[in-house]
Each structure stands twice: as C-alpha cells, then as structure tokens.
Design a protein around this ligand. Structure first.
Ligand code: PLP
Length: 392
C-alpha cells in the first residue's frame, strides 16, 4: 500500500534549512565559515524579554492557556499595531501563533481550497510556494523587474487576477530581495483586492526593518479590513527566532477559524513565550531602533564591499537583512552552471554560506543574510572577491 498522503509529496524541505545543514556539517569539522545563510538576527534577545520569561517560569505560569493566546498578549499586539500603523483591530481579531510561519500556514489552510489560485510575487520567500501547494492551491507567480529594484505594482497584480484568484501574498520588506512595496502601491493593491473580493495576506515579519522611514501596514487601510490578513512575527523584530512567537490580525471569522485549526494542532504558544512577548511589544522599543540602525550600517558595508567585486551587481535593499546579488556573470565558469552550483562552490571552495536563488524563484541570484558581525561581512566579501577573481 501507498505510505504517504499526496499532500506531503507536494512540498520540499525548506531550501534554507538544507544549506544550513551542509554548513553545520563543515562547521562541525572545524571549518571557519563566513555564514550568510541563516535568516536570523545575530543579536541576543534583549534582557527585559528574557527576564519576563524567567519570571513567568518562576511564578509557575507553565500551564495551558487560551488557544489563541492569553487576553493580555492579544491586547498588547493589537495596541502596538494601532500605535505604530493606525490600524483598528480588537483582541478578538488577533491570534497568537507558534511563529509567524504558523500564522501564514494556518491562514492559507483556512482560506485556500484545491484549485484556488494564489498570486505570489517573484522573488518570493521559499516557504510561500510550499505552504500554498500543501493546501492544494495553485501558485500564480508574478515577475518583478530587477532593473526596477524588484518593485511590485498594483498593475502587475491586476494582470494576474482570474476568476479563480483567492488570495494575494505580499511580503514587504521582502525576503530575499529587501524590496519594499511603496505605501502608494500597497494601498492600491489592498483596494484592488477589496474591490475584487480577494484576500491580501501580508507577511509583515520585516515591517520594523523597513529603512525608508515611510512605513504602513496592510492593516492601515481600515476600510478594506475585511479582505486583509496581517501576518506578524516577533522573530526578527526582537531577535527572538528560537522562541516561536508570531501572530495574525484579520477579520474575526478568519481569526476564529485559524484558532479552531490551532485548537486541533499546536494549541497555545508556550505560556512563558507569551509573557516574554508581552514584554517585547509593550516595553521600550529602543532595542528595535538600535538593531535597525545596525542593519542599515551592515547593508551599506556589504554593498560597498560588492562594489569591489567585478561582475557582481546588486539592487539596493530598502529593508529586511538580505542582499540578492545577480551572479549571471559567474555562471558557466569554475564548473558552476546554476546558482545552486555556485552556492555549493562558494561553500566548499571559499567557505562562504549563501542560499541559491532557485529557492526564491529566480535563476541568476544568490541570497546573503547580513545579520552578522561587521567582521564577518568584511571577511566574507573578501573571500567572495578572491573566489570570483580566481574564475578568471
Ligand atoms: N516570513 C518570512 C518572509 C520570513 O523570512 C520568515 C523567516 O525567515 C518567516 C515568515 C517566519 O518567521 P517565524 O520565525 O516567525 O516563523
């Protein structure tokens, strides 16, 4: 008999996890790597957030909680969002989830049926495609233009809408390109979706790492609220990747359906993580501003470094902590005919960890996460320069 259900055959192991595993193996063998692979902050979780978790444990706040999160965390999330983006959600319109990835997964599960089309701008974060396919949805890719900094416009989205379109996924700032959808384009896309009765799922896990200073959320357009689902994460904002803390904001019925799904799977996010998350979103936001300032410096340092590598071109990211350089000029040299080959060569020969662009839907790019120390940036760029120069 057949062992596996069809749905598990529709997805692949996350490509970022595959490269991380290969890098870990080399590291365990004692190799010194310049590691731009993992998409996570190099900072430690701020002290006051850790203290809140420790305090929760000491006070035996260690039991099951409400599936969607305790009222205090749902209120704290909603209050933060209202203060920062002028949105108008109530705690019933918020579910706290075990990481932003689960918020996205559950939102897709409750909205997307077999054959439903989901519009996905390219380049895209690797998990979007698999999560849509797991639900039985059909990915409709929308190409953006590298020469225009991967800028996404409402026109591009409009051209991809069909009678089968159920949802549009937006991720701004973007993983992997760092591209930001302008407030005008974002509003136009949300209004378009609202008119056409389509849902916009906004992955805002890098919303606080927007370097333009001109920041809106999908939730800012209050009159379109019934077609908007905001997916948030504390992972990058507060250097909390391992804690697994995320949330969704959206229409009450959708949030209730997501909570119902959660009630039959993960249940509540770890109780002490909820307490730590309250400290994160309700406490001083100075740590966020400090980390953002460092990411901007790191971005500039990487881009300056890239200018010393002949043949490498790169768009200027306006947010997140990734650069997505074009490596077209190096393909066909040194035994690498694809970005995947090139990433493997960079790892084995230069000891530099990058993720190949195929994972994000493009063929001529590699992604580097610059959430690393300034020294690692300098060393990694030097190794890349030497490796690329050796290809002649
Ligand atoms: N969405 C995007 C675009 C991401 O890059 C990531 C993490 O890399 C996530 C969501 C998931 O974050 P979390 O750690 O909250 O699950």
């Amino acid at each position: 008999t057949k062992i596996f259900a069809d749905r598990i055959g529709r997805i692949e192991v996350s490509a970022t996890m595959a490269i991380t595993a290969a890098a870990l193996k080399l590291k365990s063998e004692g190799v010194n790597l310049a590691d731009f692979g993992a998409g996570e902050p190099h900072f430690s979780t701020p002290r006051h957030i850790k203290d809140a978790a420790i305090d929760a444990i000491e006070k035996n706040f260690t039991r099951y909680t409400n599936v969607a999160g305790i009222p205090e965390i749902r209120k704290a999330i909603v209050d933060r969002h209202t203060a920062d983006f002028g949105s108008a959600y109530t705690p019933e319109e918020c579910v706290f989830t075990t990481g932003g990835k689960l918020a996205l997964f559950n939102a897709i599960q409750v909205l997307v049926d077999h054959g439903d089309e989901v519009i996905l701008p390219v380049p895209y974060w690797v998990s979007f495609k698999d999560i849509i396919q797991y639900a039985g949805g059909v990915v409709v890719p929308v190409e953006t233009n590298e020469a225009e900094n991967f800028r996404l416009t409402a026109k591009m989205i409009e051209a991809a809408i069909t009678p089968k379109t159920k949802a549009i996924i937006l991720n701004t700032p973007s993983n992997p390109s760092g591209a930001v959808v302008s407030p005008e384009d974002l509003e136009a896309i949300v209004r378009l979706a609202h008119q056409r009765d389509i849902f916009v799922l906004l992955d805002e896990c890098y919303v606080y790492l927007n370097f333009t200073g001109n920041i809106v959320s999908g939730g800012s357009f209050k009159d379109c609220k019934e077609h908007v689902v905001v997916l948030g994460s504390l992972s990058k904002t507060y250097a909390m990747t391992g804690w697994r803390a995320g949330f969704a904001l959206g229409p009450k019925a959708i949030i209730a359906a997501m909570s119902k799904l959660q009630s039959q799977s993960t249940s509540n996010t770890a109780s002490m993580v909820q307490r730590a998350s309250i400290a994160a979103v309700s406490g001083s936001q100075e740590c966020v501003a400090e980390m953002r300032a460092d990411y901007i410096k790191l971005r500039d340092r990487v881009l300056e470094g890239f200018k010393t590598i002949p043949g490498l071109t790169c768009t200027v990211p306006e947010g997140a902590f990734y650069v997505y350089p074009n490596v077209r000029n190096f393909l066909g040299k040194g035994g690498a005919t694809s970005a995947t080959d090139l990433a493997a060569k960079l790892l084995s020969e230069a000891h530099v960890v990058v993720v190949p662009g195929e994972a994000f839907g493009t063929k001529e790019h590699i992604r580097l996460s610059y959430a690393v120390s300034h020294d690692v940036v300098d060393e990694g760029v030097k190794r890349m320069r030497e490796y690329f120069a050796s290809l002649g």
